[in-house]
Design a protein around this ligand. Sequence first.
Ligand code: SF4
Length: 506
Amino acid sequence: MKLSKTDFLIFKECQKNAWLKIHRPDIYFKYPLSAFEKNIIETGNEIDEMARQLFPGGVLVKSREDSKSTQKLIAERTSVIYQPVFASEKFLAVSDILVWNKETEKYDLYEVKSSTVSEEDGGRKTEDYLVDMAFQKRVILETGIMSGEISLGQTYLVRLNKEYIRRGELNVFGLFKVENLTKEVDEILKEIGAEMDSAFEVLSSEKEPPGHCGCILKGRGSHCTTSEYSNADIPEYSVHDIARIGNSKKKLKELVDSSILNIADIPQDFELSEIQRRQVDTAQSGRTYIDRAGISEFLATIKYPVAFLDYETYPSALPRFDGYRPYQQIPFQFSLHVMEKPGGELLHYDFIHAEDTCPDEAFVSSLQKDLPKFGSILVWNMKFEKGINAQIAERQPKFAKFLKEVNDRVVDLMIPFYGKTLVYDHPKFYGSASIKYVLPALVPELSYKNLHIQEGGTASDTWNRIVSGEYGAEEKECEIRALLDYCGQDTLAMVEIWRVLEGESK
Ligand code: SF4
């Protein structure tokens, strides 16, 4: 076995998970990657390729195991090598870019990451990347390829520049920020080397690390897919599902140490925050919590005509259109339901931009045409829609006034189900205010299960595939229909949830 950089980084997070990946791929790869996870991988590849333009004309090592041809290319002093492969006795490292520096007569190493960096947050996340680069450096030095006449020079980190705004063609020199982290990498080289040796020992052994994995002491949101194997005794609704328990490590540890895993077993006198206690009480009693006065107070803030609005967006890592920054969301679709007056007819409008051109103008023009001129605009989790509106306003100042007015009229329908403003709780919300939990509990007949697209990540990915020309004409039409159905369901869901609240306030 040769331990790869990826497996070492997983090991640093969780020994058991890394061991399962190597020895029990049937468990580790049990679930197919989600659209979101696939997108992360594709984005990483896209950014790697784009970063190569910083050093054009290099030679690509095609196989991720081909250390022999890397060795040959280095011996020939090839000026730029993409994805060089280094294999020592125990370790394997595939780097991103190796560049021959004519001045120093050494090879410089460039590690490309798909995350962003800005002036203010320069240091964030760098620690993980240092470990990554130290792994590579240790393997390179260990191979002995770079010794004597040909040696390793500086170590650089390449990340997307958060402040870059596209104007015309992408400018790779503005798009990426390059930092020299040689000193920082050298400082941890010894320590990481020791960790690599112990990782090799654990992971090359046939013996599985015993017991639970580390996530027994983390909130549900941090559990990976192998958790159900490693922590098989954690029930479906457990202490790990308590709101913000991941931030209350001491409380979680106390419960786990007392062998209390089921939410139903938490004692009455166990200290929890008010929000956590309400969730536990709802779960234990199995009864819905309804604060009628609170619901009425919330509903009183809503004015007719009532609009229910939802956006779908695509976060393109590489700015696709003028005015966009890395990862800025492209708003490509909205659904809008409108109720003009109490008991009135429910009207539906929608918009989708299915071409690979900037949707901003058409998106806002349609919104301007379809949105009632006054009244409340209900969204679910207003931070998102309001943020998108503010970003479009920045790119399209002529719509700034309209978008500001829209934001001023927004009411968040999530408020009655959330945190300190919670006035409605249901055991089947499982402590979450996500519409994906609230809807099936309150309106079980309205399900996403029969839809071709059932969640936002797939919607976003589908749009990207449509505009990238991956579908034939007929398939494209089907996918567009599926997107319209999905987004339409989101606003219809809000209408029905609002009706439930109206019913409870009487
Ligand atoms: S759930 Fe367990 S296996 Fe998965 S990352 Fe967390 S600690 Fe590791």
